[in-house]
Each structure stands twice: as structure tokens, then as C-alpha cells.
Design a protein around this ligand. Structure first.
Ligand code: ATP
Ligand code: MG
Length: 627
């Protein structure tokens, strides 16, 4: 089968293509039609079909895999490790579902999950799916302000939490942050279910707070029948990372999502039932929803749920787990690889990685030095893949399960099935030929698994995503890129980050890629700032690998860009810094850097990991200006 003809079929004849993929999951009742696109841009996949995400992830495997590992919960924070078989996972999910029901949670109600990476978090998600409740997982690293805005938007009947998480061996209290979040929110949830890990002291709010262990004991032997829901029933709401501004509540369906994930396991990730998948993301992010929880389980694989950092007890921990659990598919992010890159590669080569077939990386641009370093260290294919919270699964990747096409450095690959991706001129909206820069857009309908709408706000869905390219109703990714003559896409940055230097349009990514080829650059971010002469000028922020030899780093970085991209792209300044402002998912927040570089207020920085980084950078800019 060739990728090209199969991709064409997925676009020209979605009924035939997705009708076939739909057989990968269980349908309690068949759907009426594959696609209803009578009300664009709202696509309804598999309408009339009855199914259930939890049934597909858990119950369906009891027949053949009851005693096979399903969930392997590893915590290097509390030194606990427990593998749950599919049967044990089934029992735990039933207990959790029974607790929900006993506390009044019904089909369609929202359950907000604010939890560390512990097994109970996955029980909580799967139990929602089981009874048709809608989960909204909020990343455990968020504080009360972010929690409050999500509580007010999702209006959850119940919140599931743990009293604490743990980071680098130190407990991180969750309960006080949650109490404060609820106090700040105008909407008040009826119940809070608390998993007490015994890490910190906390107080219970009478009438509202419920202890998980006590409840679990009450429902030890309960079996809760699966609620068969329409394929279009909402499975979850998940807020975007908030790199470019206020997070959006992405709403996902049930049937389309299950089919898309199952198909992605076949076409992209190539994991087989009975094998183990290890995705190092967090359940608070879309990658965690799709590839820690739902996709591997739907596919009959064991999945590793990991609480801890990649460096404790040492930088070999992830690879030790690969050896121990014979991981065949691993999924991480460039930001995590950059953390490992600062360590001795011997930590990676020490373990038997023969079970591993490929390492997938997503979330941000994969720069060439990082890709080369990890490839040389583990000697496995490194598969960049490009997607968004909105899409739920990769838009671009090498479709390894269909045809092993060559990798091209800097490109995540070609469009996945069902994605009719276009490169458009943002001024004229015209489709661009090879090697021209433009906005990456998707012609509707979006394939199964993609967002249905913005939760509670259809108008915002249409105006945010479908009406930004003049004269066309087409989905904008807000990413800027190039498509080459072979159909490979290259991501050049966000459309917000495109800079205009004396009439030349440059993606910040191009300049970053160039600077990162300097041997003493460990990380770099480039933004455009206002310039009286040129319109905009590029400004670079560089973290050095070795901070003892930075005397000429600025001039050298400029020279590197000069020789690779030409003087137009040369940054006006290169600031040497210790850290870059990042979201809690590890993405660089360029809009905040730009604001600081232009002397403006950075605005909402609540999604940022470390809010002091910006102040440090401001000091560096101010002191260089004075010098
Ligand atoms: P918000 O939309 O709230 O500003 P966000 O866009 O960071 O936040 P996500 O949905 O987590 O939220 O991130 C998707 C974005 O991440 C993509 O639009 C793209 O800019 C970037 N991205 C993801 N994967 C890749 C990749 N493989 N290469 C380059 N960029 C990537
Ligand atoms: Mg986004």
C-alpha cells in the first residue's frame, strides 16, 4: 500500500476510508453514516453508533488479556511500582464509577480531575468514560488561579484530587491550592473526592470532601454497567497549553476519537497488542490523554504511567524502564531530550533497548542537534510528529505503518490520513507551491478525533479557528511553515512569531535553528521586536552550554546566522540568559519574551512554569542597555 494513494482515498472518500478504520473498535450498535457534514465546520463522525471509550480500553480485553499488564504505575517520587492487569484495572475503574454514582455524578456531568501521575488518575478518567460523564483534567502543576478559571468554564459536579503531588522527592501540596481555586471560582462543585497519599497534612471540608479510600472500601465489589453513548457524545474537555494567550476548552467526541486513536496506533506508532508503550507526557496534556491512557489501552497494550523526573535517581531511569518492561513504543518531547542531553550519554546506552522500535517526539520544534544527539545515543528511529490539543492525534508524521518514507531533518513529515492540509498565503489566501512560506491550514471536515467545538461556545470555535484566513472557511493551525515538492511540511513557528525585517518575512524557527547549530548554544529563543528602520528586528535569547566561554558568543551567533541565512536574518541582539520563560508543558512563551524585550507588560503569565524567569531576563536586558 502506498502512503500517497491511501492518503488520497482518506480525503476523497472518507466514508470508505474511515468506515474501514471504524472496525478497529467495538460498536454496541452500528452507526447510521460515517460522516455527517451537513453543518460545516461542525463534523459529526459515526452518528447513531453506540460505543464507549472505557469499554474499548478495558472491558473488551478481558476475554483475551485479563491477566496481562494494562497499567504500570511507576513513581520514582515515592518509590512505588505497581502493575495492574486488565482485570485489576477493570475492577478499580468499576469501583471509581460506583463512587461517582453514589455521589450523584451522572451522564453528561463534568468531573474535574486535578491529580499527580498516579494510577487513581487513570481510574478517574476511565470511570468518567464508563458512565458517560465528561472529564476535564487540569494539569497538576497549575495553581489556584488557573484552576478557578477552568472550574468556572467547565462547571464540574465533582472534583477528583490527591492531597499532594511530589517533585524531585519533595511533596507538593495540592489540596490547599484546590481549596483556594474553589474559593476563587464563582461556580462551586458539590463534591471533592480526595486520594490521600499520606504525603502532607490537610483539612477536609465537611459535607463537600469525600475520602477515596473509605469510599473505595464501600464499593469494593461493585460492577457498574457501561453506559452506551452516541459516537458524538462528549468524552472530555481539555484546555490548550496557553502558549499564545488564554487557554481554549477543546471538546472531544467519543466514537471518532476512539477510531482515530486506534488507526494512529496502526499507521503511525506501530504498537502491537501485548506490548508496552511508554509515553513520558502528563495526563494534564493532550499527549497524555491520547497516548498514556486511551490509545495504548484501546490497542490492548500495557501503558506506563510515570511520576517523576527523567533524572532521578539518575538520567538512566527512563531507559531502565524500557529494558525492564520491554517497551516497544516510546513517546516524549524535545524539551525532555534537551534535559537528558546535558547528561552523560552512557546513562542511555547502559540498558538493553532491543525491544524499542522508535522514539516519538512532539510538542515543539525538534531542532537538528537534539534529534542527532538522541539518535546517536539510542540508535533508534526518532519520529517527530506535529499536532495540537485541538487535533487530539498527529497531523504530520512519517506514516511508518503504511510506508517507511525517508525522514527529512526539520520536518515532522507528511499529513496523516484524513488531514487535507494546505499551505496558504496569509494575505491572498491562495494555495502556495513548493518551498513557499505560509499558514498551515486544514480544509474541512477535520478528521475523526479532532475537536468538535470550543466547550460551550460554538461561535468562538468558528471565529477562532475557521474565519481567520480572508475569504475562506478553513481551519487555521496558526502555525507558519513550508511544504516541499515531496509533500513534506516544515514548521517555522507560530503565525504570531513571524517577523518582518525590511519587507522579508522570517519564521523565528529558522533563525533559532541556525543559532542552535553553534556548539556552545544549549537552547535559544528568537522574537521580533519593533525597529524604527526595518519594521522589526530579530532578538535572540541564548542559554550557553558552557557559561565560562561566552565572551564572544553574541558576535559568533550573529556570524552563524549571517553565513547560513544572510544578514537580513541576523539578530540585532543576542542576550545570554540562564533560563527561558516556558509554559508548564515546556514550550517557550515567545509573546512574553517579546513584550519584555519591547518594554511592555507581558500580560497573563499564569500558565508559566517559573514566573521569575521573565524578571531575570528583564534585568539582563536593562543592564546591557546601560552598559
Ligand atoms: P495555546 O493554543 O493555548 O496558545 P499551545 O498551542 O502551546 O497553546 P498545544 O495544543 O499544546 O497548545 O500545542 C500545539 C502547538 O505546539 C502547535 O500548534 C505547534 O505550534 C507546536 N508543536 C507541536 N508539535 C510540534 C512539532 N512536532 N514541531 C513543531 N511545533 C510543534
Ligand atoms: Mg495552540
Amino acid at each position: 500500500m502506498s502512503y500517497k494513494s491511501e492518503h488520497e482515498r482518506s480525503i476523497q472518500d472518507p466514508d470508505s476510508f474511515w468506515g474501514e478504520q471504524a472496525r478497529l473498535i467495538h460498536w454496541e450498535k452500528p452507526f447510521n453514516e460515517v460522516l455527517n457534514y451537513s453543518n460545516p465546520p461542525f463534523a459529526k463522525w459515526f452518528e447513531g453508533g453506540l460505543t464507549n471509550l472505557c469499554y474499548n480500553a478495558v472491558d473488551r480485553h478481558l476475554k483475551d488479556r485479563a491477566d496481562q499488564a494494562a497499567l504500570i504505575a511507576v513513581s520514582t517520587e515515592t518509590n512505588q511500582e505497581k502493575a495492574y492487569t486488565f482485570k485489576e484495572l477493570y475492577e478499580e475503574v468499576n469501583r471509581m464509577a460506583a463512587i461517582y454514582q453514589a455521589n450523584g455524578v451522572k451522564k453528561g456531568d463534568r468531573v474535574l480531575i486535578y491529580m499527580p501521575m498516579i494510577a487513581e488518575a487513570s481510574f478517574a478518567m476511565l470511570a468518567c468514560a464508563r458512565i458517560g460523564a465528561i472529564h476535564s483534567v487540569v494539569f497538576g502543576g497549575f495553581a489556584s488561579h488557573s484552576l478557578a478559571s477552568r472550574i468556572d468554564d467547565a462547571k464540574p459536579k465533582m472534583i477528583v484530587t490527591a492531597e499532594a503531588g511530589s517533585r524531585a522527592g519533595k511533596p507538593v501540596p495540592y489540596k490547599p491550592l484546590l481549596d483556594e481555586g474553589i474559593a476563587l471560582a464563582s461556580f462551586k462543585p458539590e463534591k471533592v473526592l480526595i486520594v490521600n497519599r499520606g504525603l502532607t497534612e490537610f483539612t477536609m471540608v465537611a459535607g463537600r470532601d469525600v475520602d477515596y479510600a473509605t469510599e473505595r472500601q464501600k464499593h469494593l465489589n461493585d460492577i457498574v454497567p457501561v453506559e452506551w453513548v452516541d459516537a458524538t457524545h462528549i468524552s472530555y474537555i481539555l484546555y490548550t497549553s496557553g502558549t499564545t494567550g488564554k487557554p481554549k476548552g477543546v471538546q472531544r467526541d467519543t466514537g471518532g476519537y476512539a477510531v482515530a486513536l486506534a488507526a494512529s496506533m496502526k499507521h503511525i506508532f506501530c504498537g502491537n497488542p501485548g506490548e508496552t508503550m511508554f509515553c513520558t507526557s502528563d495526563i494534564g496534556w493532550v499527549v497524555g490523554h491520547s497516548y498514556i491512557i486511551y490509545a495504548p489501552l484501546i490497542n490492548g497494550m500495557a501503558t506506563i504511567l510515570y511520576e517523576g523526573t527523567p533524572l532521578r535517581p539518575d538520567a538512566g531511569i527512563w531507559w531502565e524502564l524500557v529494558e525492564k518492561y520491554k517497551v516497544s513504543v516510546m513517546f516524549s518531547a524535545p524539551t525532555a531530550v534537551r534535559v537528558l542531553k546535558k547528561q552523560d550519554p552512557a546513562f542511555l546506552t547502559k540498558y538493553d533497548l532491543s525491544s524499542l522500535r522508535a522514539l516519538f517526539l512532539a510538542g515543539e520544534p525538534l531542532d537538528e542537534p537534539t534529534a542527532t544527539w538522541i539518535h546517536d545515543a539510542i540508535k533508534k528511529p526518532i519520529v517527530d510528529n506535529y499536532w495540537q490539543t485541538e487535533t487530539g492525534w498527529p497531523m504530520l508524521a512519517i506514516q511508518r505503518g503504511v510506508e517507511v518514507m525517508p525522514h527529512k531533518f526539520g520536518s515532522p513529515g507528511v499529513p496523516s490520513f484524513g488531514y487535507n492540509m494546505k499551505l496558504l498565503d496569509d494575505a491572498t489566501s491562495e494555495e502556495l507551491g513548493p518551498d513557499k512560506k505560509g499558514v498551515i491550514a486544514i480544509e474541512g471536515p477535520l478528521p475523526p478525533g479532532c475537536m468538535q467545538t470550543v466547550w460551550g461556545d460554538d461561535k468562538r470555535f468558528v471565529s477562532t479557528y475557521w474565519e481567520t484566513i480572508p475569504g475562506k472557511t478553513i481551519y487555521s493551525t496558526f502555525d507558519w511553515g513550508i511544504k516541499d515538492k515531496d509533500g513534506y511540511f516544515f514548521i517555522l513557528g507560530r503565525t504570531d512569531d513571524v517577523i518582518n525585517v525590511a519587507g522579508h518575512r522570517l519564521g523565528t524557527r529558522e533563525i533559532e535553528e541556525s543559532i542552535s547549530s553553534h556548539p556552545n548554544v544549549s537552547e535559544v529563543a528568537v522574537v521580533g521586536i519593533e525597529d524604527k528602520l526595518k519594521g522589526q528586528a530579530a532578538i535572540a535569547f541564548v542559554i550557553p552550554r558552557n557559561s565560562d566561554s561566552i565572551a564572544n558568543l553574541e558576535a559568533e551567533c550573529m556570524k552563524t546566522v549571517d553565513s547560513q541565512l544572510g544578514p537580513i536574518a541576523r539578530p540585532g541582539r543576542v542576550y545570554v540568559v540562564n533560563a527561558l520563560p516556558k509554559t508548564r508543558s515546556g514550550k517557550i512563551v515567545r509573546r512574553a519574551l517579546q513584550a519584555v524585550a519591547e518594554g511592555r507588560d507581558p500580560g497573563d503569565i499564569s500558565t508559566m512554569e517559573d514566573q521569575t524567569v521573565l524578571a531575570q531576563i528583564k534585568d539582563i536586558i536593562d543592564s546591557t542597555a546601560k552598559a
